[in-house]
Design a protein around this ligand. Structure first.
Ligand SMILES: [Fe+2]
Ligand SMILES: [Fe+2]
Length: 154
């Protein structure tokens, strides 16, 4: 059984996000069965894709003043830092096993991220596109406990 497969449960209704997420899922799937001879090349492509993926979401959040911006931004940064740390372990120490653990962890991470932070962003963008006024009170004020960011007072 494959680690993760695209399904409508992941679709958020914002085309560019769904296209990117579909590619993300395909890359995780492919990495999960990649042999050591191709793992690093695929992993590097996955990091580059994820950098673009997160950068595009970050930019739109900044342009639209998405209320829980900082939590989503720091989540992206944390994940990329972990991916880069694991790359160093694969390259410097030959720890393909750690690389594989990271890939497997990406499946539940993505499932949760898409259903929460990305879902919230997609809803926000859809409300804006429909011309509905979006006030900060329509959105959670922050991510709740955990991101450690000091949120500005409203
Ligand atoms: Fe995303
Ligand atoms: Fe995201």
């Amino acid at each position: 059984m494959s680690l993760i497969e695209w399904s409508d449960q992941f679709a958020l209704g914002v085309e560019w996000m769904d296209d990117t997420h579909r590619e993300f899922v395909q890359m995780v799937q492919s990495l999960d069965s990649a042999g050591e001879d191709v793992f690093l090349a695929q992993y590097d492509a996955f990091i580059a894709h994820t950098e673009d993926h997160f950068q595009r979401e970050n930019e739109i959040m900044q342009q639209t003043a998405f209320p829980p911006l900082h939590c989503h931004l720091s989540e992206h940064e944390n994940v990329l830092n972990i991916m880069r740390d694991v790359r160093r372990m694969v390259v410097d120490e030959g720890r393909f096993d750690v690389g594989r653990v990271l890939v497997r962890e990406m499946a539940p991470w993505f499932t949760n991220h898409a259903a929460t932070m990305d879902n919230m962003l997609a809803r926000f963008l859809q409300m804006q596109a429909e011309g509905q006024p979006v006030s900060p009170s329509d959105m959670p004020p922050a991510c709740g406990a955990g991101c450690g960011h000091e949120h500005e007072a409203a």
